[in-house]
Design a protein around this ligand. Structure first.
Ligand code: ASP
Length: 344
């Protein structure tokens, strides 16, 4: 008797529940305390987070793809000097910006295609460059692309190019000049990330950062490294009964922020996926477990993520994470900053 003779095997392409469009974002995590973020500044962050969510929602509600929604959302945050990505990114030890960005999609999963860019300093929106590297399989089959060459492709692809000075803001220049202040050192917050689920049930993740303030020139963080700063993949959610084995597929997407050197060493985002895949944990439990483990050795940060069923997860092991989410049908952006903020 063949091993599978007792079983009928069904495979469905997506989750059982009809997918709902959802978008979840972060704008950096760390020790956020109300002293350093007074109410007026908090209000500015909330306005910015809502604007980013609405930009992504506009794409999703017009039937657009998760990848396009992630790009539109992150562009708003990259253009906003409040965040450590695009304009307003932190400066490295030489007083220059070096930007990292990445994208990954759950579809088509067989290829596990993802693309990232690093050490970028001329492309206005690094997330667009990561997306183009992802889509332009004729120009590149690689995963991680460093400047300067990737920015010659950015020009070829017609992306908006700027001088390195465009990314500088008075606040960041001042932090560099007085190196012991504000966000210049490891305390920088403001990396941005987005995870979207579109109405076709496909997911995409995008993340963009200036990295750590005062980093050595050439330092590459977790944001452009798959499995460290991000991950997005289908995974099996099998259920077995005596005579019927249904092979169901679910999925997860996750974007991280925090001390990237820890996220790299602990492969944080892949570890979360692996716990779901191998141990059958749900996204929230897996994220909590891994963040606790990293937090115990001194790595602060957080993640935002989605499952293919549209469950939203926003977890952190520190006192705050700029974050928010929006549901396609409802269209109301919900945002929060401190860990105790209820964002539902
Ligand atoms: N993870 C980023 C990096 O280390 C920084 C951050 O998320 O705040 O490059």
């Amino acid at each position: 008797m063949a091993p599978n003779e007792f079983f009928q095997v069904e495979t469905t392409p997506s989750c059982d529940i009809s997918p709902r469009g959802v978008l979840v974002i972060h704008g950096g995590a760390g020790e956020l305390c109300p002293d350093r973020y007074p109410p007026e500044l908090q209000a500015q962050y909330r306005v910015s987070l809502r604007a980013a969510l609405l930009a992504g929602h506009k794409i999703l509600s017009a039937g657009g793809s998760a990848l396009d929604a992630v790009e539109a959302t992150i562009c708003v945050l990259e253009d906003d000097p409040l965040f450590n990505s695009g304009r307003g990114a932190v400066l490295n030890a030489a007083g220059k910006v070096e930007l990292d960005a990445s994208v990954m999609c759950s579809f088509p999963d067989e290829t596990r295609r993802t693309a990232s860019v690093t050490l970028v300093n001329r492309t206005k929106n690094p997330i667009r460059l990561a997306k183009m590297a992802y889509l332009s399989s004729e120009d590149t089959v690689h995963v991680v692309h460093s400047a300067p060459y990737i920015e010659t492709l950015a020009e070829k692809w017609g992306l908006e190019m700027v001088q390195e000075s465009y990314f500088h803001t008075p606040t960041r220049d001042e932090q560099y000049a007085n190196k012991n202040t504000g966000d210049y050192t490891g305390a920088a917050k403001g990396t941005v990330g987005a995870v979207a689920l579109d109405s076709n049930g496909h997911m995409a993740v995008g993340t963009s950062t200036g990295g750590k303030g005062g980093k050595l020139p050439g330092r590459i963080g977790d944001t452009p490294i798959p499995g460290a700063g991000y991950w997005c993949s289908d995974l099996p959610a099998s259920r077995q009964s005596h005579f019927l084995r249904r092979e169901r597929t679910t999925g997860m997407g996750i974007s991280g922020t925090g001390d990237g050197d820890y996220f790299l060493r602990y492969a944080v985002c892949h570890e979360i996926y692996a716990r779901m895949n191998l141990l059958g944990e749900d996204l929230e439990s897996a994220a909590r477990h891994v963040l606790r483990e990293v937090g115990n050795v001194g790595g602060q940060g957080g993640v935002v993520g989605l499952t293919a069923e549209g469950e939203v997860v926003m977890e952190m092991n520190c006192s705050g994470m700029f974050r928010g989410w929006i549901d396609l049908n409802e269209g109301v952006p919900r945002v929060g900053i401190f860990s105790e903020d209820i964002v539902e």
